[in-house]
Design a protein. Sequence first.
Length: 280
Amino acid sequence: MSSEIVSLRPHRPIGLSRPRIMGIVNITPDSFSDGGDFLNLDDAIIRGADLMRAGAQIIDVGGESTRPGADRVPIRQEQLRVLPVIRGLVDRGIPVSVDTMNAATALAAAELGAVLINDVSGGLADEGMARVAAETGLHFLAMHWRGPSKTMSANAEYGNVLKDVRNELKLRVAELIVNGVRPDRIILDPGIGFAKTASQNWQLLSNLPALGTIGYPILIGASRKRFLGELLPETATTKDRDPATATISALAAQAGVWGVRVHDVAGTTAALDVWEAMQP
C-alpha cells in the first residue's frame, strides 16, 4: 500500500492528476500553527488517523519547528518526539513521512516503516542524509533551502526568484543523484515561506508550471503561512488562513503539482473535489 500512496504515476491516464494530500502532525511545542497541540502520544496518533479519514494520503510527522527564528532541536529530543508517533501510525497501516533534517532520525523512521523523508534542507543540513535516502530507497522530498530558520529571513535576496529557485533546486537534484539517490525517488518543494518574502512566495506560486519543467514532481507547502495572513484582518488566527490554503491547493492542482502539504485536510479535500469535478 505504501508504495502506491507515494507512487509518482498519475491517478488518471489522461489530463492532470489529483495531487496527494500530506497531512501535518507537528510534535513540537513551538510550531507557528499547532505548537503544543499534539505533544501527547495518543493525541498525535489520533490526529494522524483523523487526517487520513479526512482525505490525506500520507501523514507528515515532525519534531522540530521550522518557523522563522526557530532554534534547532537536539537529535535525541526530536527522536523522542517523533519515533513513537511514527511507530503508532505505521502499526495502524497509515503511510507516514518523517519531517527531519537529521539523517539519524530519517534512518530510524525508515526502520519503523516510514515511506518518505521530508527534508526542508534538501540534504544540506546533514551530509549523511543523501546516503540514508539512497540506502533506504525511500522517496526523498527535497526543499529549496538557504539556511536554518534562525537566519533564513536574511537570505531572501534573489536576482530573479523563479530562476534562482529553479537553478538551486536543479543543483540539489544533481548532487543527490551523484550521492546515490534514485532520480525516480526525488520530489521537489520550492520552499514557500523559507527565505522568501510574501511577494516572492506569490511569484513562485504564480509560476508553478515553470517549476515543473525541472522534470521532477513538485509539492507545495503553503499551509497557514504568514504571507496568507496578510490577506486577512489583523485579528485573524492561523486557522483562519485555511480557506486561502485550500484555494492555493486547487490552483496548484491546476498547475499539475504532485502534492500539497496542509494542516486542514478536510478543507483541501473539498477544494480538490471541486477542482476534480471540473476536469474534462
